[in-house]
Design a protein around this ligand. Structure first.
Ligand code: FAD
Length: 364
């Protein structure tokens, strides 16, 4: 069976790795690069990781594993009835097509937005790294995980970081946990401008309704938008992302979608961890096993400078600290989520415990 995968990010790559011994696999990606670890981009910018740490699979690896990678090639159209995808100068037949087209950074619609840099790809990282050679003052718009990661790493190596955010809360967490993250970064000299609205951007800084924030390097990290347009233009059902069922099937026969481009009943993916978990389950399905993904359960790990944090399950309920690093969340006296600071091993334990609870809600 021939599988064509569009997208060589964590979703597409993980799937290819897991099915290449059973199927003929072609990956098509418009980026002219083999797979690399996007969560490490801020480490790379700050100088903690080298290029070779990010790129751990070279082109020979693909050849050895019988994966045909078409890097630097954009898919422009899908004909799912004829089972073909079209690039600028060729067409490829498929038995099964997997959309793993990911997402792109959300743009800020404001005067002066051309002065902003985004961070999604290795090229974006190279661009920001270059700008950092000429200035040590950086303004980051957005207090989501990408903004916090960049802030944590760059402040560690001495950059003067200012963060602008709309809310006092970070990552959908409660005020107490948000304050802990804020305090950690403030210890590295990060300056916060919260509940601020951006009015205008110029070469030297950003004007908000709370005052002017100076900084020559300006990074916008206000979220991601699923790349659904290729699917949409080809007649596949989309909403915010490409619509899928719990087995990743789209509205077109033999076409699946995984990772950041996909949407299940209003739930978007958003992290590399979830994108590779999608791939693992789909690989199982493509091997003929009965399997489906539990979209109700989420878990992510981030690292803001020297401060790792794991967010597991539902964390908006009433919470209680069970030790210095672990806050757990309850619903009707059942643990439904946890936030674990620093201790990754504890986070893995908590994840397994809470996952069990999700798959066995009545505790039987
Ligand atoms: P992507 O990685 O976006 O890959 C999609 C690929 O599809 C791209 O390579 C693109 O070129 C290609 N493509 C799109 N359209 C076409 C087309 N028409 N033709 C050909 N190719 C196409 N997640 C975590 O879990 N933890 C973290 O700490 C973390 N940190 C992050 C830090 C940064 C700076 C960034 C940018 C992301 C971070 N993430 C993190 C998020 C994570 O990287 C994404 O959720 C993940 O990359 C999604 O994987 P994906 O394969 O779905 O999509």
């Amino acid at each position: 069976m021939r599988l064509v995968i569009i997208g060589n990010g964590p979703a597409g790559f993980e799937l290819a790795k897991r099915v290449c011994d059973h199927h003929e696999v072609i990956i098509i990606d418009e980026a002219e690069l083999p797979f690399y670890f996007k969560p490490m981009l801020s480490n790379y910018i700050a100088g903690f990781s080298r290029k070779e740490d990010l790129f751990q699979y070279d082109l020979t690896w693909y050849e050895k594993n019988n994966i045909h990678l078409l890097a630097g090639t954009r898919v422009n159209k899908i004909d799912f009835l004829a089972k073909k995808v079209f690039t600028a100068d060729a067409k490829y037949n498929f038995d099964v097509l997997i959309l793993a087209t990911g997402a792109r950074p959300r743009e800020l619609a404001v005067e002066g937005k051309e002065f902003l840099s985004m961070l999604r790809t290795f090229r974006d990282a190279e661009n920001i790294k270059k700008q950092l050679e000429t200035s040590d003052e950086v303004v980051i718009i957005g207090t989501g995980f990408i903004g916090l990661e960049v802030s944590g790493n760059l402040s560690k190596v001495g950059y003067k970081i200012k963060m602008i955010g709309k809310s006092e809360n970070f990552l959908g967490l409660d005020q107490e946990l948000s304050n802990i993250i804020k305090k950690q970064l403030e210890q590295n000299g990060v300056e916060f401008h919260l509940t601020a609205n951006i009015e205008k951007i110029d070469e030297t800084g950003i004007l908000t309704d709370k005052g002017y924030v100076k900084g020559k390097v300006k990074i916008c990290a206000i979220g991601a938008v699923p790349n659904k347009e290729l699917a949409e233009a080809s007649g596949i059902n989309v909403d915010r992302g490409v619509l899928i069922d719990e087995t990743f099937r789209t509205s077109a026969q033999d076409v699946y979608a995984i990772g950041d481009c996909s949407e299940f009943q209003g739930i978007l993916c958003g992290t590399a961890k979830t994108a590779s978990e999608h791939a693992k389950v789909l690989a199982d399905i493509l091997r003929g096993n009965e399997s489906s993904f539990d979209f109700g359960f989420r878990s992510s790990i981030f690292k803001f400078g020297d401060f790792p944090i794991s967010i597991i399950g539902e964390t908006t309920q009433e919470g209680k600290w069970i030790d210095d690093n672990t806050k757990i969340f309850y619903q009707q006296s059942k643990i439904v989520g946890a936030v674990v600071l620093q201790d990754i091993r504890k986070a893995v334990e908590m994840e397994q415990r809470i996952k069990k609870q999700y798959s066995n809600p009545n505790g039987k």
